[in-house]
Design a protein around this ligand. Structure first.
Ligand code: URA
Length: 276
């Protein structure tokens, strides 16, 4: 989205994010910005843990990928859905995840399902649960500023999570909850067919990529993601893990790396669109 389409407040927010991320220090640098990677982060005061987080702690991401046995038995309903709307309806009927009974709402997706980029977060928090929409709380506000800084907004991305219901008290998701939801997440991605899938934070990255490697190693590095659906008609998708916005709220020093990763994403999108 061009800056002139933003409201004055949105412009200020996007600029604040860029200054926090150290973008002002990049003026005059070559576009590579490689010197940012691996340099020590700008000294920033450590924020105390958020007392009313709207998202679980995605940074620590202590949740290993689901056990293979759980993954081998995906609900056939998820795989059978031929449209995103059908998938949402299946989830509404799905009884395989107990979180449904403690949550207020199913939190399915927001944004544009035809977008080139699909962002996948961890789990809805309190605000998301209340509104039935992903990333509407404080993490979502930072996410909006991050997107605006590279000319994107909710009409140019599609957003979902690896869990469709809020874990009580924003606790970390269990392996079993992730395993129950993952076939729906994978089918969701396969149906949306984004050019680029962006897992945000350790839990989403580990779950989608089936890796034990941490987000600090994987962020900003391209990989290929293939939804594991037991169907061989599922093409692989370019994948760029990013830090989760909730982590950046707690560790503002990491915003410089996040900014670099956003530029990587922007460059790939520009290249993909120039091929159209
Ligand atoms: N954090 C997430 O991972 N997802 C949301 O929808 C909100 C916060």
């Amino acid at each position: 989205m061009p800056m002139h389409d933003l409201t004055p407040q949105q412009c200020l927010d996007a600029l604040a994010w860029q200054v926090d991320a150290g973008a002002d220090e990049a003026v005059g640098d070559t576009p590579g910005l490689a010197h940012w990677v691996g340099t020590s982060a700008k000294a920033a005061p450590q924020q105390p843990p958020l007392r009313h987080r709207s998202a679980p702690d995605t940074a620590a991401a202590p949740v290993p990928p689901p056990a293979r046995a759980e993954r081998n038995a995906p609900p056939t309903t998820a795989i059978a859905a031929e449209t995103i709307e059908a998938l949402r309806e299946e989830l509404g009927r799905f009884e395989g995840c107990a979180l449904k009974h403690t949550a207020m709402n199913l939190v399915f997706a927001d944004g544009n399902p035809q977008a080139d980029v699909m962002l996948v977060g961890e789990a809805p928090g309190e605000d998301e649960d209340r509104q039935g929409k992903p990333f509407v709380g404080v993490s979502g506000q930072l996410l909006d500023r991050m997107l605006a800084s590279i000319g994107l907004d909710r009409s140019s991305v599609y957003i979902s999570n690896v869990l469709f219901w809020r874990p009580p008290g924003n606790r970390s998701p269990t392996d079993a909850e992730i395993a129950a939801c993952l076939p729906f997440v994978e089918r969701h991605i396969a149906l949306a067919q984004p050019k680029i899938v962006v897992p945000m934070g350790g839990v989403a990255t580990k779950s989608l990529l089936r890796t034990k490697e941490g987000i600090t190693r994987l962020r900003g590095r391209w990989t290929d993601y293939t939804p594991h659906l037991g169907r061989d008609d599922t093409p692989s998708i370019r994948c760029l893990p990013l830090y989760h916005p909730a982590y950046l709220l707690r560790q503002p020093g990491a915003k410089r790396q996040a900014w670099n990763d956003l530029l990587t994403l922007k460059k790939a999108l520009n290249e993909a669109n120039s091929l159209k």
